[in-house]
Design a protein around this ligand. Structure first.
Ligand SMILES: *[C@@H]1O[C@H](CO)[C@@H](O)[C@H](O)[C@H]1NC(C)=O
Length: 301
């Protein structure tokens, strides 16, 4: 028979697991979206693998980047749609959901500039390949900073105004959308760069590994308990005829744990996500009875 301390540990573990389980995203209600959903107003991006059927490593790298960008875009859209409809009691969670989106975008941007871009520049021996991307990054950073400042300086969560958050989001929507779309093209077009490594060479393998390695760590580095669940709960694996049904490639129990165990930590935040625990689109949580745009905004005091 197990000794007393072990029995206690077992009992506590079971209790904790049970507690986490009831808070896990898999326990959240999920219905297929009927109202306006997170595929707009910011447009999602088609992956180059799906669009061009090319399979070189730049097309592949660009497509994986595209999957990440689409999670960020669904995140933006989920915030934009729900902002005017959040009940006072849900405002603390919504603020934290929105701040997690900000953290995702900020870390994504910083990790590109610090790690991915310099490596690719070296491999192609070309300091200009990301020139447009650098410029585009600068074009939305002020708006992104204002988004965070607004959410972190509210006197109280109930002071949150959905129309004010939308105003800020709209101030950087165009440059943000342009950038998130263009960067995918930039990467895919590297296949035609004069110094792109020839297929089958070790240089090509190394270049492919650069994107792969970066993609593998960039989200988990940003935060296991916030950015990872945000990413996996805004990931739609039903797109493009099932091409992405098992993306990102990881053992199913690990993915399950990242969604349902890591995701139970801040479970209240994830009710606002655009996809459910199985990475399928779900109806947004906070929504008006009329189309969001037709509904009058909260009065500004
Ligand atoms: C967001 O979450 C953090 C960490 O759980 C918490 O300390 C903070 O009060 C939350 N913010 C709001 C506005 O509720």
């Amino acid at each position: 028979m197990a000794s007393r301390p072990i029995q206690i540990i077992l009992a506590l573990t079971t209790l904790l697991a049970g507690l986490l389980f009831t808070r896990a995203p898999l326990m959240m209600a999920s219905e297929a979206p009927k109202s306006p959903w997170a595929d707009g107003p910011m447009k999602l991006i088609a992956t180059p693998l799906y669009e061009t059927k090319k399979t070189d490593m730049y097309t592949t790298g660009a497509s994986h980047m595209c999957m990440l960008h689409n999670c960020i875009i669904r995140g933006y859209n989920s915030i934009w749609h729900q902002a005017p409809h959040v009940a006072d009691a849900d405002k603390p969670d919504f603020i934290n959901y929105s701040l997690t989106w900000h953290k995702f975008v900020q870390s994504h941007h910083d990790d590109e500039e610090a790690n991915l871009f310099p490596k690719v520049e070296d491999q192609l021996a070309d300091k200009q390949v990301w020139e447009e991307s650098h410029k585009e990054h600068e074009s939305f950073l002020d708006g992104l900073a204002e988004f965070k400042t607004y959410l972190t300086t509210l006197p109280a969560p109930t002071d949150f105004s959905g129309s004010e958050l939308r105003r800020i989001m709209e101030s950087f929507r165009d440059p943000f959308e342009t950038h998130f779309h263009n960067e995918i093209k930039t990467i895919a077009e590297m296949a035609d760069h004069p110094r792109a490594p020839a297929p089958g060479t070790p240089e090509e393998t190394a270049a492919g590994l650069t994107f792969k390695t970066w993609g593998k760590t960039t989200v988990s580095k940003a935060g296991m308990l916030d950015v990872v669940p945000f990413f996996l709960l805004n990931l739609d694996r039903t797109v493009e005829e099932g091409l992405w049904a098992n993306w990102p490639p990881m053992p199913a129990p690990i993915k399950w744990g990242m969604v349902n165990l890591a995701g139970s930590w801040h479970s209240g935040w994830w009710k606002f996500s655009s996809c459910d625990a199985n990475q399928r689109p779900k109806e947004l949580y906070a929504r008006g009875t009329e189309p969001a745009e037709a509904k009058s905004a909260e009065p500004e005091l």
